[in-house]
Design a protein. Structure first.
Length: 392
């Protein structure tokens, strides 16, 4: 029996349903931990596909778990993301991640018992904006006993893995003293000035960061309540990135020092509120090579991940997963190279014919890679060895 051919045929049987669901999720974007529509329709489909489904899993309202297989064989966890971005909706294409993961699950469910494996399809909310849905799931045991975790993310190229770097986010609050901005400005302490001075300090710092690999970006989220009142409160959110967690700490400290300095200059009181951190993604070449082989079987053309510069790297809470279990975070092409992620153009691509094709091909490639894990003991051994080496 050609299990891969069977899995691919099952995806084809469900292709209309999968593409329709991708389009529906795309048309109804939901922010992290608010994805009630997306998580609901995905969980419904898993239940209809023979999975034992748990909703509001691990105490998270929009997380879900679908399980099938009761043997002691390798346990594969397929992750589905489905949150959107504020303002531009599915400008990262998580509708494709969700439905490709679902399609892989539906294709594998009838084969699990025969292959002697165990399968979990895990609904992982709130990847965007550093909310770290997967980190909460990790802490609550969602990946306990997993041998492999995998997902596929839309991109501008097909690649078995791409660099994802460590990041941390922080809210910066300045507290000053209100006063009439015209008749008594000397009586005030301007919190907005403190934020702006710190912002400009970060802008000057950028020229001294390692180009391409150390990054910082942020926005002012509150600048005051009225233009004729000296602002007694102002706030910003900044995100700092570096290739690894070890390299991230020094860069973060330099960034927050800009705001310590601006607080002293203005006489404001500084408050730092950490908003979460993501680890760098530990690449797993054996899993990536297996995924690439299966994607090429479908006619997709892959690029060498080693040529991808860190300057285009993002960050993901799948990085935290990759430090606990061997992880595949493959990328699937839906757009041309000049289309930036987190943009309106990328959002359009996520609901385009190329986006629809990625749902189907992504589901097939994930399913076939899971079959490799179950049928080729050497692959799991190699993946585990690479995981141990990378962690060390």
């Amino acid at each position: 029996m050609d299990h891969k051919a069977t899995a691919s045929a099952t995806v084809d049987e469900h292709s209309g349903e999968l593409v329709g669901m991708s389009q529906a999720i795309h048309a109804r974007p939901e922010l992290g931990f608010e994805e009630r529509f997306a998580s609901g329709v995905l969980a419904d489909a898993l239940g209809e596909g023979g999975f034992e489904v748990e909703r509001s899993a691990y105490g998270i309202e929009t997380a879900f778990v679908g399980r099938v297989g009761r043997g002691d064989g390798p346990h594969v966890v397929v992750c589905c993301e489905y949150d959107a971005l504020p303002g531009i909706g599915h400008g990262c294409g998580h509708n494709i991640i969700a439905t490709a993961g679902l399609g892989a699950g539906l294709a594998l469910a009838p084969l699990v018992e025969d292959l002697g494996g165990r399968l979990t399809v895990l609904g992982t909310p709130a990847e965007e904006l550093g909310k770290g849905g997967k980190i909460q799931l990790l802490e609550r045991g969602a990946f306990d006993g997993a041998d492999v975790a995998m997902m596929v993310h839309p991109s501008v190229a097909d690649v078995g893995w791409a660099p994802h770097i460590a990041t941390t986010r922080v809210e910066i609050e300045m507290r000053g003293k209100a006063a009439h901005a015209s008749s008594a400005p000397w009586a005030g302490v301007n919190a907005l000035d403190a934020i702006v001075l710190g912002y400009n300090g970060v802008a000057a710092l950028r020229q001294h960061l390692r180009p391409g690999s150390e990054k910082v970006h942020g926005i002012i989220t509150h600048g005051g309540d009225a233009e004729n009142i000296v602002p007694d409160y102002a706030a910003a959110v900044f995100q700092v990135r570096a290739p690894t967690e070890a390299q991230l700490g020094p860069v973060y400290r330099r960034v927050v020092d800009c705001f310590h300095g601006s607080a002293r200059q203005t006489g404001c009181e500084l408050h730092l509120n950490p908003l979460g951190a993501y680890s760098e993604l530990l690449k797993n070449k054996p899993l990536a090579d297996a995924y690439r082989s299966n994607g090429e079987r479908l006619g997709r053309s892959f690029i060498d991940p080693e040529i991808i510069p860190l300057s285009v790297a993002g960050s993901t809470d799948m990085g935290n997963v990759s430090k606990v279990v061997p992880t595949l975070h493959a990328m699937i092409r839906i757009a041309d190279l000049d289309v930036p992620g987190h943009s309106e153009r990328f959002r359009e691509c996520a609901a385009s014919p190329d986006g629809d094709a990625a749902v189907v091909d992504g589901a097939k490639s994930l399913a076939m890679t899971a079959i490799d894990v179950w049928q080729q003991p050497g692959l799991l051994v190699a993946a585990r060895a690479r995981f141990d080496e990378a962690r060390a």
